[in-house]
Design a protein around this ligand. Structure first.
Ligand code: SF4
Length: 608
């Protein structure tokens, strides 16, 4: 459940932004800077966390008073997000190793053990794990006080341990430690061309708002977030919704483990994304836009702020954009704080309004009742980049690439057992095998996970399938697992991920993911029985049918697909017994042995 650290090491998780806890913040000043606006609550909490290393009870009280909110509301938000902590930190650094399965297979756990051994017991208490941090192309990786460190090796860990031991301030650490590469191995429309600021926007304005909507219709562009909803239909619905106020939201919260393409698009193709957002504003009549950036991509935020300032100076944002009287539009960056569920658009809107990221009931949909219950277009980073190219090329030319149902290209984040992890942009409809050959996966591929843990697990017999909405839809992640990998460990890791990220709002997901995790963990550790398999399958069906949102509905997919497609792998790991004791008595006696200082064979059951 949200708010629990992955390693169970304490009530909170970690502070961020790379500074040691400093003297108490000037909260009244901070509140004024945020206009005492309750929708800024999460941003305020992030700033308090960054400055003080935690959210103290006094800070919660003062924020509640300053924003005229119930104290419980502020505390509820402070305890919801994994990157906020209401526990006083025991030291200046918090290190979190990325724990998705790609990072684990790359040696993350061994390097974590090495770091803990070097730091000693006290400091090691501040070393934990977190979900994927968007660096599966350069694993293993970690966050130290919220700053990403990729490509870990034993040598880099030793350097890091020395810096921590010497209490070197983070801003004095070697810059090379934080260097994030952007490996692009196959570029197409989106990754190949670098658009100048405003180029696509000018093309769109020349077409008029309704003309641009027409081009969008001709392009048959579908949202790249995974569901594949028609971008034209979404924009048209927002434009036709009643009321004068509309919003544009760019979902840059790519939290699906194994995905990192938005990171590159934001760093290399930012003007295309911002042009796409501004084109959307013009087409639907919106005045304000937000980029909801995942907290793990904090390092991308300064460049975005810089680009926004440049665009204001170039009249690409602000009042009367490009001299169009009455076309007022601006964009602000809103940082997330480590909640995967906020990738779901209605949860994202809740978060944007300064609340806990709990998915809303739908309908009504965001196109009519979005941010502050006003019509809102929510698209992801890649979709807005596509929009810029639709404006430049025209809808028909855009639709020439791909398949009749899935037009354009798709950027795949490739990771795992291959020679060249990184980004590959292919026309929609490229096959799984084609991508495997491009990335140098070799002949010994056991399985591919497309679209992250909530996506599809594909066996070799399915490698001719096509990556597009009508066959294998994908949100962009492509994880390769060689013959030597343990697919049960993969399923267990994904199941743990969902159990951890469940927001806890509805019982089937809150309780179901936890129970499923126990059953799959037992099977992965070789202690499971057929009873566990049957229980797990029942839970998968329950989650699929009774969950409130997509997170719960897809949480059982990793195990269900493993059972369906890799049954012999599962069977081989079963304990032959139908019955498994519900607890290990000898293990339960461990605290008593510790208290009495006895650990000889006579103090263990079954060893005398
Ligand atoms: Fe939260 Fe329910 Fe969605 Fe799970 S299914 S993330 S508990 S709303």
């Amino acid at each position: 459940m949200r708010g629990r650290p992955r390693d169970g090491s304490g009530a909170g998780t970690h502070h961020e932004e790379g500074v040691e806890p400093v003297a108490p913040l000037d909260l009244p000043k901070l509140l004024l800077r945020h206009r005492r606006d309750p929708t800024r609550l999460l941003q305020l909490l992030r700033e308090v966390q960054a400055a003080e290393g935690w959210i103290s009870p006094a800070a919660i009280t003062e924020l509640a008073r300053g924003l005229a909110l119930p104290r419980a509301r502020v505390e509820g938000v402070a305890t919801f997000y994994a990157f906020l902590s209401t526990a006083q930190p025991s030291g200046p650094y918090r290190v979190l190793f990325a724990d998705n399965v790609i990072e684990r297979f790359a040696g993350g756990p061994e390097l974590r053990a090495r770091l803990c051994a070097k730091l000693g017991d006290a400091a090691a208490q501040r070393v934990g794990t977190t979900s994927c941090i968007g660096l599966s192309d350069q694993p293993p990786s970690l966050l130290v006080n919220g700053r990403a460190v990729p490509r870990l090796t034993a040598e880099r860990i030793d350097t890091l341990a020395a810096l921590v031991a010497q209490r070197t301030p983070l801003d004095q650490w070697p810059a090379e430690l934080f260097q994030i590469d952007e490996p692009i191995h196959r570029a197409g429309l989106l990754l190949g061309a670098r658009l100048g600021p405003g180029a696509a926007l000018r093309a769109a304005l020349a077409r008029s708002a309704s003309g641009m909507l027409h081009e969008l219709q001709l392009s048959k562009l579908r949202g790249r977030g995974g569901a594949g909803f028609s971008t034209h239909d979404k924009w048209r619905a927002a434009r036709d919704a009643p009321g004068p106020t509309r919003f544009i939201v760019c979902n840059a919260d790519e939290g699906e483990p194994g995905t990192f393409k938005d990171r590159t698009l934001l760093r290399r193709q930012l003007d295309a994304v911002l042009d796409g957002m501004t084109i959307a504003a013009h087409a639907v009549g919106a005045q304000r836009g937000f980029i909801y950036l995942r907290g793990e991509y904090l390092f991308v935020a300064p460049a975005i702020e810089h680009a926004l300032a440049d665009r204001r100076a170039m009249h690409l944002l602000g009042r009367d954009v490009l001299g169009r009287t009455g076309f007022d539009f601006d964009v602000e960056v809103h940082l997330g704080a480590g909640a995967y569920v906020c990738g779901e658009e209605s949860a994202l809107l809740e978060s944007l309004e300064g609340r806990r990221g709990i998915p809303r009931n739908r309908p009504p949909y965001p196109v009519t009742h979005g941010y502050l219950q006003r019509p809102t277009v929510v698209n992801n980073v890649e979709t807005f980049a596509c929009v810029a190219h639709v404006a430049l090329l025209g809808g028909e030319r855009f639709a020439e690439v791909g398949t009749p149902v899935s037009t354009g290209t798709r950027v795949h984040s490739v990771s795992g057992d291959c020679e060249r992890p990184g980004l590959y942009e292919l026309p929609m409809g490229g096959t799984v095998r084609e991508l495997l050959e491009l990335c140098g996966a070799g002949a010994e591929v056991q399985a591919v996970q497309v679209g992250g843990p909530s996506g599809a697990l594909l066996a070799p017999r399915e490698f001719e399938r096509r990556l597009c909405f009508e066959d294998v839809p994908t949100a962009g992640a492509f994880m390769v697992f060689g013959a030597h990998r343990d697919l049960l460990e993969v399923a267990a890791n994904f199941t743990r991920f969902f159990a951890h990220e469940s927001c806890g709002f509805c019982t089937p997901c809150r309780a179901g993911t936890a129970q499923l995790q126990r059953a799959v963990d037992a099977l992965a550790s070789g202690k499971g029985t057929r009873r566990d398999v049957r229980l797990a399958l029942r839970l998968c069906a329950l989650l699929r049918d009774a969950s409130h949102c997509g997170l719960g509905a897809t949480a059982g997919r990793p195990f269900a697909q493993l059972h369906e497609k890799f049954k012999p792998t599962l069977e081989r790991r079963l304990s032959s017994l139908e019955f498994r004791p519900s607890f290990d008595l000898d293990e339960a006696l461990a605290p008593a042995r510790e208290v009495t200082g006895r650990d000889d064979p006579h103090a263990h059951l079954g060893e005398t």
